[in-house]
Design a protein around this ligand. Structure first.
Ligand code: PLP
Length: 378
């Protein structure tokens, strides 16, 4: 089965009892047992819930993985994968990634004696060099947030295999529609389903997909033992969203390409970061591991003052955090998503005070360009 068909049908078969084509929301915490040791596969909703099971089946299919586990947020999904490690283990992690992930690694997990080296994931060499005897995981994000740098997934998967180290990637920006890291050799991918998988800016959620049976068993146990699970209603929203993922992503990508080209040609924009532009240093790699280039476009307008003006002048585009919704969202990484990253580290990565990040929605591009044109001229 191809992608859209799986997204619409896997885990979303008509309800056996009633024929309902939309998976019912099983808003229940517990289940009647038929006797000691006898139940219908469900005993308590932290462990399993039928709406959640349907979603996990659907999500596994999207990444062609054997297992998927959903969580109450993207960060709780990431946390669950990292908690499969033990004190004393070392992780090679991307220097440029979602600020909240950096905060989780650097302020919480380090307290439990998990050790991190943050390296430039654009360089497979520096990744290989950072692997130590106690390295147990390579963790990356591609395209990265907000600099749109790419990790060579095939090369990093090979490094992981060679050193017997787990490879995990945050696939939130690309979505399973554009990029399938597990098919390229990665052990697992994580998603903030708050973004494109939800797609409507109306929920918080996360997911882990893997075809590594040993890792799957550990993540499932953590999901159950820690309990950061989404509600049945959130699972249902995601099942609904999955059905339109392919068409939304096609439109997101088409719009983003047009906007990236428009921004690149604007004389008040210093630099545009978008893997779909031929000027992107990793454009060829993007073509080799992604089916299209996604809809996140970062651009530098030169100063905090200019960024401030633009943030106050957009009308169609919403200025705010988050991404991946049908509506276009603009944010200022230095003060918003990456506020918790030290300024020195930010500047080194290119997250200047003049950098803006645009999550291109699926509105009509004429309206988006008109909005940006006015804001850039302000
Ligand atoms: C938003 C985001 C997260 C965190 O997800 P939450 O759902 O907000 O917990 C992690 N990674 C990336 C790339 C994100 O954009």
């Amino acid at each position: 089965m191809k992608f859209s068909t799986k997204a619409i049908h896997t885990g979303q078969e008509p309800d056996e009892r009633t024929g309902a084509v939309s998976v019912p929301i099983f808003q229940t915490s517990t289940y009647a047992h038929q006797g000691i040791g006898k139940n219908k596969g469900y005993d308590y909703s932290r462990a399993e819930n039928p709406t959640r099971s349907a979603l996990e089946k659907n999500f596994a299919a999207l990444e062609s993985a054997t297992h998927a586990f959903v969580f109450a947020s993207g960060l709780s999904a990431i946390d669950a994968v990292l908690r499969t490690l033990n004190a004393g283990d070392h992780v090679v992690a991307a220097a440029d990634m979602y600020g909240g992930t950096y905060r989780l690694f650097n302020t919480i997990l380090t307290r439990f004696k998990i050790e991190f080296s943050f390296v430039d994931m654009m360089s497979s060499d520096s990744i290989a060099k950072a692997v130590k005897p106690n390295t147990k995981m390579i963790y990356t994000e591609t395209p990265s947030n907000p600099m749109m740098m790419l990790t060579d997934l095939r090369a990093v998967a090979a490094i992981g295999k060679k050193h017997n180290v787990l490879t995990v990637v945050d696939n939130t920006f690309a979505t399973p529609y554009l990029q399938n890291p597990i098919a390229l050799g990665f052990d697992a991918c994580v998603h903030s389903t708050t973004k494109y998988l939800g797609g409507h800016s109306d929920l918080i959620g996360g997911a882990v997909m893997t075809s590594n049976a040993e890792l799957a068993e550990k993540v499932k146990f953590i999901q159950y033992a820690v309990g950061a699970v989404p509600s049945p209603f959130e699972c249902w929203l995601l099942l609904r969203s999955s059905r339109t993922l392919a068409v939304r992503m096609r439109q997101h990508c088409e719009n983003a390409k047009e906007l990236a080209e428009y921004l690149a040609s604007h004389n008040k924009v210093k630099k545009v970061y978008y893997p779909g532009l031929a000027s992107h240093p990793q454009h060829e790699l993007a073509k080799a591991q992604m089916r299209d280039f996604g809809a996140m476009v970062s651009f530098d307008v030169g100063s905090l003052e200019r960024a401030q003006k633009i943030s106050e002048s957009v009308h169609v585009i919403t200025f705010g955090e988050s991404l991946g919704g049908v509506e276009s969202l603009l944010c200022h990484p230095a003060t918003m998503t990456h506020g918790s990253v030290p300024k020195e580290t930010r500047e080194k990565l290119g997250i200047t005070d003049g950098l803006l990040r645009l999550s291109v929605g699926i509105e009509d591009t004429e309206d988006l360009i008109e909005d940006l044109n006015r804001a850039l001229g302000a």
